[in-house]
Design a protein around this ligand. Structure first.
Ligand code: AMP
Ligand code: MG
Length: 329
């Protein structure tokens, strides 16, 4: 019998519902993102977006998958890390469905889910993962029963840096793809802070410096070009060092910023230099979506792990390396 899992993702401004089977087929993956009209994401507005649209997104996911509520064997939800109100709204929907359908509930670490959906797609077994998104920038690898964070941003994430910079430069949201497009027209490199501290990164100084370049009259294409080269070079350096230390043979790029072709090109270069395989997660599975939550739900369920509703309070600060990875043991 095939096992069918409904996964709900709602850590930040996107709400997603994905349906995945235990043989790794993504039957559907529906989502919607709140686009703020001005300023950044307000957690309360994002959670309202999730509660307003969540039920219809779940409904559409079932319809696209061609199944009924009664076909669902398992409910998985993003327990953290993320914005408290968004996590709570999503968890409430997951708990309700678990009770109503009388099926087990599984809690999923959002970052771990990004890694495992990438492994499903690429058939990678044990990669060094570069996970770059609106809220996270981490280089992760499995060691001793957990996904260890080898390096990460000490302040803001790459995606957030691009979005905030884009806002200052008059671009729409999300700005990452616009920055990528405009950067192609730039060619003059202007120096920006290259802040790699050990295995960690810092992007807030770059944001300030890039804004200063703008006020000095440097062209937007040149700013975008300089920001991309510096920001991506920094994370590539850490990924390269992680490969050299761990001697792993695979390099995986995931998260919303994985859609960037220039970052992909730079990491491809790293993988070629080290003779390791490279995979960039396809756009539909790269950003925040429910299929990755559903797939991780299945991995955990098969390893014998579910959670009681009374223990399922959300974990806004849940770190990647705070979970025992039972299914890989
Ligand atoms: P996520 O948080 O995983 O849903 O990813 C959203 C983030 O990815 C936002 O910060 C976007 O600006 C960023 N993003 C999406 N496409 C691109 C791109 N082509 N280049 C750079 N950043 C991107
Ligand atoms: Mg994410």
């Amino acid at each position: 019998m095939v096992l069918i899992c409904l996964g709900l993702e709602g850590t930040a401004h996107s709400f997603g519902a994905g349906i995945v089977t235990d043989d790794g087929k993504v039957l559907s993956n529906e989502w919607d993102m709140l686009k703020p009209t001005h300023g950044g994401i307000h957690p309360r507005e994002a959670s309202r977006h999730h509660s307003d649209l969540g039920p219809s997104i779940i409904h559409n996911a079932l319809e696209k998958a061609g199944i009924n509520y009664n076909d669902i064997n398992l409910i998985a939800f993003s327990r953290g890390p993320g914005l408290g109100p968004c996590l709570r709204t999503t968890a409430t929907m997951a708990r309700t469905l678990s009770l109503k359908l009388d099926v087990p509930l599984v809690d999923v670490n959002h970052c771990v889910a990004h890694i495992e959906i990438g492994c499903l797609e690429s058939s990678f077994e044990d990669p060094v993962t570069v996970y770059v998104s609106g809220g996270n920038s981490q280089v992760i690898a499995y060691a001793g029963g957990r996904f260890r964070t080898f390096g990460e941003t000490l302040d803001i994430a790459i995606g957030n840096m691009l979005d905030v910079l884009g806002r200052e430069l008059g671009m729409g949201f999300p700005a990452g793809p616009i920055v990528e497009k405009i950067a192609k027209q730039g060619s003059n490199y202007h120096s920006l802070p290259y802040s790699v501290k050990g295995m960690d990164l810092s992007y807030s100084g770059m944001l300030t410096a890039a804004k200063k370049l703008f006020s000095e009259g440097i062209s937007i294409p040149d700013i975008c070009f300089s920001v991309q080269e510096t920001a991506f070079g920094m994370i590539a350096e850490i990924a390269e060092r992680a490969i050299a230390h761990t001697k792993k043979q695979e390099l995986l790029l995931t998260g919303g910023v994985a859609r960037n072709n220039r970052l992909t090109e730079i990491l491809e270069g790293v993988s070629e230099r080290h003779g390791v395989q490279f995979h960039r997660v396809s756009p539909s599975l790269a950003g925040d979506q429910g299929a990755m939550i559903a797939w991780n739900g299945i991995l955990q369920f098969k390893a014998g792990r579910t959670i009681e509703i009374s223990d399922s309070q959300v974990l806004p600060k849940w770190r990647t390396d705070e979970q025992d990875i039972l299914w890989r043991a």
